[in-house]
Design a protein around this ligand. Structure first.
Ligand code: BDP
Length: 594
């Protein structure tokens, strides 16, 4: 799926801003066809943003079900002979879109974009009404999954229900990412796939262009690859081919060099559509116990992150996005994982530009009760429907992110109950799909299972493991970390002979709490815990990366073990450093392994 970009033949119109919003208290608006008329009794609501923290009303914050958004727009008069598309960056978790009262599209999955052509539904002579119904209910057919609990006891009033989920971040809801209108010619470039390779000093670009629309049979794509100085480095034509860039600059964290892959479609010799895709020439490969970027071993330093910030919740905000990348650079990180769902397109674009490596994760989190008596992979829970949706999400994810040089690995799930026998068949199907769609990147499943119990270790290219020694087990016993972690990591390697990334480790830390000797929740404890983990990483050469949990403090559902959210951030939720930030900055600057 092509990110909406302006070119000489394409225009983008931003629909973000303050929309009208209405809570559907009884979830009956769709049945009552609210979309046929302008919404009544609305309140202002920013888009993009989660709606949960915008008002003072707990009923809005905690609503389970439908909410309605509405805005209006004019179509530029120059668009009369264009194809007009509406694109929603994401809406959590299900959405139905109406233009002037007509239902145009629905989408399930809160962390990926969707779009629909609306050329025939818009008016050029009057203002157009755009209504979006968003629903935040999670069930076992969604990713992430969840379930509604209905209470049938004397402690709860009749009909009381709660949205339950087994993952550790707040179920923020709403229109989380930008909404835009864009116009393309009637014969248009609908997709581009670029697979880079390296031969000696040269860059190889294998490509495929897809064209749709009225004259698509006649359209011939002309390809130009342009460097940063705006010089053409190679040209070609045809819907697929292989181009060579002599003496290419390779994309890597220290030199995130992007070329422009320009496609111009010619119809009867005249330029019809133009699209410009930023591309990076780089390769990723797992070889023995190494991860190779451009043929050289790379060691991942960084974090599991979240899309999360004060007030905006999971809403994309360019202020937070750029600040976070600046902090990643400041601390000396070279990578992050999009725990636990695909992040906004805009964040992926920044990672390309700034040379940050990304493990791109599907929103498959919360598939584990951490209790072997509660089965997850069974008819009533993660079942065939979940699997079908998982595969659908994988298709959408790869279609969106396949061309990003920053994406060096796919993660198909986080901490699923991979110790259950059924997990093997389930994840085999998911990973087969990934491998079918992308033959170039390694695949992982982020594990909380132990090496001797997982059923999926043979399916992945890289072992990713989350571990909380001295936190959730043996509380406060920092002295056990080295013993326990080393033993476990050696076992992973012994069994699977694959490189290992410790994809989560960390301690909840309240900024400003101090204690010496360290106790849990103090800044000193977080530092000491990280140091104990690092001792082990530095001894084991098959460990190819360390991702601290978490980059910043983040919101979770309320629970006795969460003090206004998860406090494992190395930065506070306001992005101020805790003591551990300085420890990591020093370590990563001096680390021998690059
Ligand atoms: C891991 C999860 C992550 C949690 C973290 C924690 O992958 O989502 O936030 O633990 O407990 O189990 O802090």
């Amino acid at each position: 799926m092509l990110y909406p970009r302006e070119t000489r033949t394409r225009e983008v119109k931003d629909l973000n801003g303050i929309w009208k919003f209405k809570l559907d208290k009884e979830n009956k608006g769709y049945e009552e066809k609210w979309y046929l008329q302008p919404l009544k009794d609305t309140i202002p609501m920013p888009v993009p943003a989660s709606y949960n923290d915008i008002t003072q009303d707990p009923e809005i914050r905690d609503h389970i079900g439908d909410v309605w958004y509405e805005t209006s727009f004019w179509v530029p008069s120059g668009w009369t002979d264009k194809r007009i598309v509406l694109r929603v960056g994401s809406a959590a978790h299900r959405a139905k879109v109406f233009v002037n009262g007509k239902e145009m599209v629905e989408h399930k999955g809160g962390f990926l974009p969707f779009e629909v052509e609306i050329t025939d539904a818009v008016s050029f002579d009057a203002e157009n009404r755009l209504t979006i119904l968003v629903n935040n209910v999670l069930d076992w057919t969604c990713l992430p999954p969840g379930f509604i609990r209905y209470y049938d006891d004397s402690f709860h009033p009749h009909g009381y229900k709660t949205q339950e989920y087994l993952f550790d971040f707040l179920n923020y809801s709403g229109i989380h990412r930008p909404v835009v209108l864009y116009a393309t010619p009637k014969t248009y470039i609908s997709d581009i796939t670029v697979i880079p390779d390296i031969q000696g000093q040269n860059g190889i670009v294998e490509y495929k262009v897809e064209i749709e629309g009225v004259n698509c049979q006649k359209a011939v794509p002309k390809i130009t690859i342009i460097d940063r100085e705006n010089k053409v480095v190679v040209e070609g034509s045809g819907t697929s081919g292989i181009l060579e860039i002599k003496n290419a600059q390779f994309w890597e964290p220290s030199n995130p060099y992007l070329y422009t892959f320009r496609v111009e479609t010619l119809v009867d010799g005249k330029v019809e559509d133009v699209y410009e895709l930023p591309i990076g020439i780089r390769t990723v490969k797992v070889e023995g116990n190494r991860l190779l970027l451009n043929g050289k071993p790379i060691y991942l330093k960084g974090f599991g992150k979240h899309e999360d910030a004060d007030i905006r919740g999971k809403g994309y905000d360019s202020v937070i996005a750029v600040k976070d990348f600046n902090l990643l650079k400041w601390i000396g990180a070279n990578s992050f994982r999009t725990s636990h769902y695909p992040y906004a397109d805009e964040i992926m674009n920044l990672a390309d530009e700034l040379g940050i490596l990304v493990i791109d994760e599907a929103p498959a989190v919360g598939m584990n009760f951490f209790n072997k008596n509660e089965k997850v992979f069974c008819n009533e829970r993660v079942n065939e429907d979940t699997l079908n949706h998982h595969i659908q999400v994988i298709r959408e994810l790869i279609k969106r992110d396949k061309n990003h040089p920053c994406v060096i690995m796919w993660s198909v799930a986080n901490e699923a109950a991979t110790y259950e026998d059924e997990a093997y068949e389930y994840f085999k199907k998911v990973i087969d799909e990934v491998k079918k769609l992308d033959k170039t990147r390694p695949v992982t499943i982020v594990e909380s299972s132990f090496p001797d119990e997982t059923k999926v270790g043979t399916l992945v290219d890289v072992i990713c493991v989350n571990r909380y020694y001295s936190w959730y087990t043996d509380c406060g016993k920092l002295e056990l970390i080295e013993y326990q972690l080393e033993k476990e990591l050696l076992r992973w390697y012994e069994l699977f002979k694959k490189p290992v990334i410790v994809s989560e480790y960390g301690a909840d830390t309240i900024a400003g709490f101090h204690s010496d000797p360290p106790v849990m929740f103090s800044e000193e404890y977080q530092c000491r815990m990280l140091e104990e983990f690092h001792k082990v990483f530095d001894k084991l050469d098959f460990v190819i990366g360390e991702h601290v949990w978490n980059f910043a403090d983040f919101a979770t559902k309320q629970a006795v073990h969460r003090v206004m959210g998860n406090r494992k951030g190395v930065f506070t939720r306001q992005r101020q450093p805790k003591a551990a930030a300085f420890l990591l900055k020093r370590r990563w600057a001096n680390l021998k392994r690059k």
